[in-house]
Design a binder for this molecule. Structure first.
Ligand SMILES: Cc1cc2nc3c(=O)[nH]c(=O)nc-3n(C[C@H](O)[C@H](O)[C@H](O)COP(=O)(O)O)c2cc1C
Length: 347
């Protein structure tokens, strides 16, 4: 019988059990194309949670077309479905899912390469039926066993279990990856991808050994040559060290970024002015763009995970994926060759 990762690779059409997860609002189209060509699953990121509907639909469609033009493999679209402080789901979630499904149903080259929608940041149940009916795989990202179970019960095909150390919007109740991963894998009878803090073959080997269906990464993929974000952003990740990450209030949950003047000085100062929640969210989105696209790592918010401290180079995605596979295979081989000795310790 195929291992769980093999069946999922077959279903998604990928060579390797490695996924680049969504990182909005700036584009990740060149990155997604490169990851897919290198054998992984690339993701188109949401174009902005606060963008008006018409512009949002157009931007998403453009991004999907850009990936598909050069695509050699499958890609996913990421859509956060979180709720705002008011309790309402961010309106952009429904527009993005609807637009992505329209593209899928229209057929043609974009549709051919587009295989999955990854929802995140909230309860995905309201979207499962339409996503699956369109012939797409519904992947949902959850940060706790209970949310993973709820998503599986709602009918999603695959769960990404992501630990609190992840970059970007993380979870209200912190559970770290090593605590979360085995529990979710054991609890669910659908494939589980593990995410949060993974950057190399060590993480991949651990996940495969525990029965995971693959790994999803965000921060590691920022520091790749094909990624379209500014070189300064990539270098800030490479130069960062242990304890440089911090969380701050995101749109609907804590978000993780790297310490700099924007997060340590400007954010508290602007909050103290009594600015409205909407204005503050817009400020954060603008400051994200400033770092990602213009390379201002002082005034811009450098969104990234704790794993930034372990990333020391900017490499082509193909090199990254091959290196991870080599490392994981080497580690698993070494482990299996010492199994006899391990068993012998039992007497
Ligand atoms: C810059 C950045 C932006 C992100 N934006 C999103 C997003 O728009 N939607 C989403 O579901 N997750 C988002 N994430 C989380 C990633 O999809 C992924 O779950 C996370 O990066 C995994 O943890 P890692 O950074 O330790 O690899 C973002 C992460 C980063 C670093």
């Amino acid at each position: 019988m195929d291992a769980v990762w093999q069946s999922l690779c077959d279903r998604l059409g990928t060579k390797y059990p490695i996924m680049q997860d969504g990182m909005g609002p700036s584009p990740t189209t060149s990155l997604a194309t490169a990851v897919s060509a290198a054998g992984g699953l690339g993701s188109v990121s949401t174009p902005g949670l606060l963008t008006p509907e018409v512009e949002l639909r157009k931007k998403l469609r453009d991004r999907m077309e850009q990936v598909a033009v050069n695509a050699e493999g499958p890609f996913a679209v990421n859509v956060p479905v979180g709720t705002l402080a008011s309790g309402e789901m961010i309106p952009s979630s429904a527009y993005c899912i609807d637009e992505a499904i329209r593209v899928k149903l229209a057929g043609g080259p974009v549709s051919d390469h587009f295989v999955a929608i990854t929802t995140s940041a909230g309860f995905p149940g309201g979207f499962t039926e339409q996503i699956k009916e369109a012939g797409l795989i519904h992947i949902h990202k959850a940060g706790s066993v209970r949310h993973a179970v709820k998503a599986a019960e709602a009918g999603v095909d695959v769960v990404i279990a992501s630990g609190f150390e992840m970059g970007g919007h993380t979870h209200l109740n912190p559970v770290s990856t090593m605590v979360l991963a085995p529990q979710v894998i054991k609890e669910l009878d659908i494939p589980v991808i593990i995410s949060g803090g993974i950057h190399d073959g060590y993480g991949l080997a651990a996940v495969l050994a525990m029965g995971g269906a693959g790994v999803a990464m965000g921060t590691r993929f920022i520091a790749t040559t094909e990624h379209e974000w500014h070189q300064n952003y990539k270098q800030y990740i490479v130069d960062s060290g242990e304890w440089q990450d911090m969380t701050y209030q995101g749109y609907y949950a804590p978000s993780r970024g790297l310490k700099n003047a924007a997060l340590l000085e400007e954010l508290p100062a602007i909050k103290a002015t009594g600015i409205s929640v909407d204005e503050l969210n817009q400020w954060k989105e603008d400051r994200g763009y400033l770092a990602q696209m213009e390379g201002d790592t002082v005034k811009g918010i450098v969104v990234a995970g704790q794993v930034a401290a372990a990333i020391h180079d900017i490499v082509p995605t193909k090199v990254l994926l091959e290196r991870m596979m080599d490392e994981a295979i080497g580690l698993l081989e070494a482990t299996s060759s010492s199994l006899g000795a391990l068993k012998a310790t039992r007497g």
